[in-house]
Design a protein around this ligand. Sequence first.
Ligand code: DQQ
Length: 458
Amino acid sequence: MNLLHRPRYHFQPLANWMNDPNGLIQWKGRYHLFYQHSPHDPSGGQAMHWGHAVSQDLVHWTHLPIALAPKPGGPDKDGCWTGCAVDDNGTPTLVYTGVRPQVQCVATSSDDLVTWQKHPANPVIESPPEDLDVTGFRDPYVWKEGQTWYTVIGSGIKGVGGAALLYRSPDLIRWDYVQPICVGREAETGHMWECPNFFSLDDRKVLVVSTRRKALYFIGSYASYSYTPEVGGIIDSGGSFYAPQVLIDDRGRRIMWGWLWEDRSKEEQLAAGWAGVMSLPRILSIHADGTLAQEPAPELGILRREHHNWEDLELCSDSRVLDQVRSDCLEIVATFDPGDARALGLKVRCSPGEEEETLIVYDRANQCMVVDRERSSLSSGVTLDLRQAPLALDEGESLQLHVFVDASVVEVFANRRTCFASRIYPSRADSLGVAFFAQGGTARLRSLDIWEMESIWR
Ligand code: DQQ
């Protein structure tokens, strides 16, 4: 396996392919993370298994044995696809999709989530509703209200748009179809909604779906088995974040992880021997304007090691390289007053001669955040592009950038509002520099804190 570009504090399996987070649950105080996994294939070609890891602190993970594997002749013979975990009155229970065809299955554990027994009644939902012509039928997300279990299943109605289909059950085994809680318009949100998540946040209801290579959220209200979205947006604009799942922990926090796919050629992935990374855990809340807020879990602070700090610097039309910092494993917290600068921000993974660099820019003139990886690598076979998302700062509001650099991952949180998880693959061993800059005017860097980060693997 090739360790070049391999992150050190973002979760990954030991090797080979991973995609969606699955079955997130806190059990007896420990966080369990399951994920889509091809245990012997870095290209994801093998029928999907569920990998499994556990963490005491949300940061360091211990790999556990494969939780689910396709069973020859069974309803999941061609793959154990995405699903969720619930506590059924003391029995840990997974509800997931078996393929082909797409059906819903159940497995339980009697040894604290290490080994899993598939239920003899599988598949517990053997086909989509008869009266619907669907584009897919997968990725159950289950919750309980009173004595009744509910699930939404990712789907779409042909010619109409993506849909989240609601079922209910007294026991997780016998399920009745209710109705779609929500149906999108194909032109706006695609023909198929994958990986729906449906949960309360403050006093609102949030629906998360993944479609057309993006994860979307809606915030709205729910009554009579029908969901009305009122606000919505893209969860992450970095181009790699997909199929997120949300865990509700014992402090009531909604913690979200997403799959960050590779942005390099299949050949490079095969040569590396691994593909796919989990995002950092993100804590969700709702801004005063009703949109979704995301911030990195504070627990990540335990990885901070050597610290560098700068205060109150004026930036005018140039960039300043920070000679003290040379690393590809960093956390950066920066607060800027944008002043009258046209654009300002940070550069990471810079080579000394600026042959390679990735820019994290607030474009004040156009009121947007940009992650510019057009010169992030001199290699061919990697995506080099510019990603942007709206960010309108209020009068007098400072720009707050919280950035995580971890080898091939750059994860950016701008004012808790606009997020980017992007993959970069600098070719030069000396692309380790950090700089800040302003263009077209003067800005002020109020404070800049940089920590070198420790690996999560002991
Ligand atoms: N990945 C799973 C599906 C899901 C998709 C298969 C989303 O269950 O719809 O690996 O990335």
